[in-house]
Design a protein around this ligand. Structure first.
Ligand code: ZN
Length: 276
């Protein structure tokens, strides 16, 4: 009798386990993986670089192309590369995101096409010299778009820096530590600072603890944002981008990936709520 009860209990337990497995399996099928791209290309990304730029910028650009190309593995997005900015809106508007690596529109047609693309909701990530502009640039729209004034000064030579995360509530920075050291680069200070612009959200800044910052060219003081977004556009500017150390640090790589993801997948990013 006891033996029969034992067998019965054992069969009941097996059945319950099987049912549990089925339920778990159903949950796996329904909810995970949540968003496999499969054969579907989800978005289109264009990377623009300038092979004739100064060698330290080309070094960064080539490593950046390798880095972002790896993010395209699995065909989550199409990865196109150009060495000139397109001179028509039609060429730009098939892309969900345009990443400018130390390159920017030069002539009137390229500038016009880019302005139209951004005004119509295009996505943009700019690195380092892409944001460089001075009194000879003569492109007021670009300053309005970037959200700050012209180039003021830089540290030299390239060196690592302690940076501060200005907000951990933004999707780009919420997985970053409050402070971390970024790899060696040249950093630009702009005047007026983007922080003075009410439409700009500063995400990362050079810490004042670095001052005096530099060996030959020394920055002694001043507000020093290096990553920000102008809320009037779908854009992020990152001031890193000089030399061959841009991708040696996991935290900075995470920052770059977060920025790329936020610009490329705006509908997903905006529906996510910060955990704090
Ligand atoms: Zn540089």
């Amino acid at each position: 009798m006891n033996h029969q009860i034992k067998n019965y209990n054992y069969r009941l337990l097996s059945l319950a386990l099987m049912l549990l497995c089925c339920v778990a399996q159903a949950q796996v099928t329904d909810k995970y993986p949540a968003d496999y791209a499969g054969d579907r290309i989800r978005f289109h990304a264009l990377f623009i670089w300038d092979p004739n730029a100064e060698s330290a910028h080309v070094e960064f650009d080539q490593q950046a192309l390798h880095f972002f190309h790896k993010l395209s593995y699995g065909e989550g997005f199409t990865y196109d590369v150009r060495t000139e900015c397109p001179n028509s809106l039609d060429s730009l508007k098939r892309y969900d995101v345009v990443v400018m690596l130390n390159a920017l529109p030069h002539d009137a047609d390229q500038r016009k096409a880019f302005e139209q693309y951004m005004e119509q909701g295009g996505g943009w990530i700019g690195f380092h010299a892409t944001g460089y502009n001075d009194k000879d640039t003569h492109w007021p729209w670009f300053n309005e778009f970037l959200g700050c004034g012209t180039f003021l000064c830089n540290n030299w030579p390239p060196q690592p820096a302690l940076v501060e995360v200005d907000t951990q509530l933004h999707p780009i920075t919420r997985t970053l530590p409050k402070e971390f050291v970024v790899p060696a680069s040249e950093f630009y200070q702009f005047s007026p600072s983007p922080r003075d612009n009410k439409d700009v959200e500063v995400l990362v800044s050079i810490s004042p603890k670095n001052y005096p910052f530099g060996i030959k060219d020394i920055v002694l003081f001043g507000d020093f944002p290096i990553v920000w977004t102008n809320k009037n556009y779908r854009m992020v500017y990152l001031n890193m981008g000089h030399g061959d150390e841009g991708f040696i640090d996991a935290t900075q790589n995470l920052l770059f990936t977060n920025a790329f993801r936020w610009i490329s997948l705006p509908s997903v990013s905006s529906s996510e709520t910060p955990k704090e």
